[in-house]
Design a protein around this ligand. Structure first.
Ligand code: AQP
Length: 331
């Protein structure tokens, strides 16, 4: 059976981008069609300036939202990265096959390092090596497919490269994974700056739809989205990025495709109105289920603690000594 692994980083409140680009597909298909693991990758949240108490709160919120979005612990495994020591151990071994040049070429590293500097902070070494830890997350579980939004594709490519290189040097050890992206909304853009990704740790609040935004807040954000100067409704990512973003969100939420939808509308106002309503409807069940789960914190804890006890206990165990034996003197 195909092994699927993917993760979500508790660096901020989860966004519509996280949902349409990744989480929705995990819940709708991946968990049913594959042997699937989904992880709150809390160690990754330590690579940028953070408040530890906030990371703990956001980790719990991310786990709750994963379940609220439809992940079923009976169909897949949901767990927290820092509960499994082997991720960090394997990351070190993979750092020994990765190169400095590879790390510095990563687009997210360049963007996030620049942002940390703009905010007056220093750039943590772990931000540079973060894609190696992500490769460890993926390779540790013999992953075949990694369902992600476009922004993570480069990191999955790196995991592929490291797997191939490790296998060549030390003997066949890792499955070589591949990234899969949703056909629409694989890169949801910021509503106030449609040339930038909608990112959960950005500062531009009005451009970001959060999964837990109240319906009226969602409507307001979508209605105030920056659009382009044209009047006719056409789908053109280059010339009309703002409108194209709205059409993609609408298509992802209503099941159409953005080109066809463009032909249906005569004004930007109508596109915005229908997009706002479509987003509100897509998020409604997630918000409702999240509310129920918040009233039952023991359930969420039990679902995500499975790696340490019970069903998932095997996950963290047998593979690490085998990998270490292929590299080190360990017997
Ligand atoms: N805007 C987006 N459009 C489509 N997919 C997206 N994803 C993130 N933003 C968008 C996908 O969501 C999954 C989890 O993302 P992550 O937690 O690994 O964080 P990220 O990719 O670094 O992006 P974020 O959420 O914006 O966080 P920050 O601001 O901390 O960088 C991934 O599959 C991702 O592709």
């Amino acid at each position: 059976m195909t092994r699927v692994f993917s993760g979500i980083k508790p660096t901020g409140h989860l966004t519509l981008g996280n949902y349409l680009g990744a989480m929705r597909q995990w819940a709708a298909s991946d968990q049913h069609q594959a042997d699937a693991l989904f992880c709150v990758v809390d160690l990754h949240a330590l690579t940028v300036h953070h408040d530890p108490a906030r990371v703990r709160r956001l980790s719990r919120q991310a786990a709750t939202l994963l379940l609220a979005s439809g992940l079923d612990p009976a169909a897949c495994t949901v767990f927290v990265q820092s509960h499994v020591d082997e991720h960090a151990r394997l990351s070190y071994l993979l750092e020994c096959v990765a190169t400095d040049g590879e790390m510095r070429r990563m687009i997210q590293y360049k963007e996030k390092a620049a942002r940390e500097q703009r905010r007056g902070g220093s750039v943590r070494l772990s931000l540079l090596t973060y894609p190696v830890l992500m490769a460890a997350d993926i390779l540790a579980y013999g992953t075949d497919e990694v369902p992600v939004g476009h922004d993570q594709t480069q990191h999955v490519e790196l995991a592929r490269d490291l797997a191939v290189r490790f296998n060549q040097r030390y003997g066949h050890t890792f499955v070589v994974p591949k990234a899969t992206n949703p056909s629409v909304a694989a890169r949801v853009m910021n509503l106030q700056d449609p040339l930038s990704k909608m990112g959960k740790s950005d500062d531009t609040g009005p451009g970001i739809v959060y999964l837990l935004d109240e319906p009226d807040v969602v409507r307001r954000k979508v209605m105030r989205a920056v659009t382009d100067s044209g009047r006719d409704v056409v789908y053109d990512r280059e010339a009309r990025p703002g409108l194209a973003n709205l059409l993609e969100i609408l298509a992802a939420c209503s099941g159409g495709n953005p080109e066809a939808l463009a032909g249906v509308y005569e004004s930007y106002g109508h596109v915005k109105r229908d997009t706002a309503e479509a987003v509100v409807e897509v998020l409604r069940p997630v918000r409702e289920r999240h509310k129920e789960l918040c009233a039952d914190p023991g359930y969420v804890e039990g679902c995500c603690g499975m790696v340490r006890s019970g069903r998932g206990a095997w996950l963290g165990r047998p593979w690490m000594p085998r990998i270490e034996r292929s590299v080190c003197c360990r017997r």
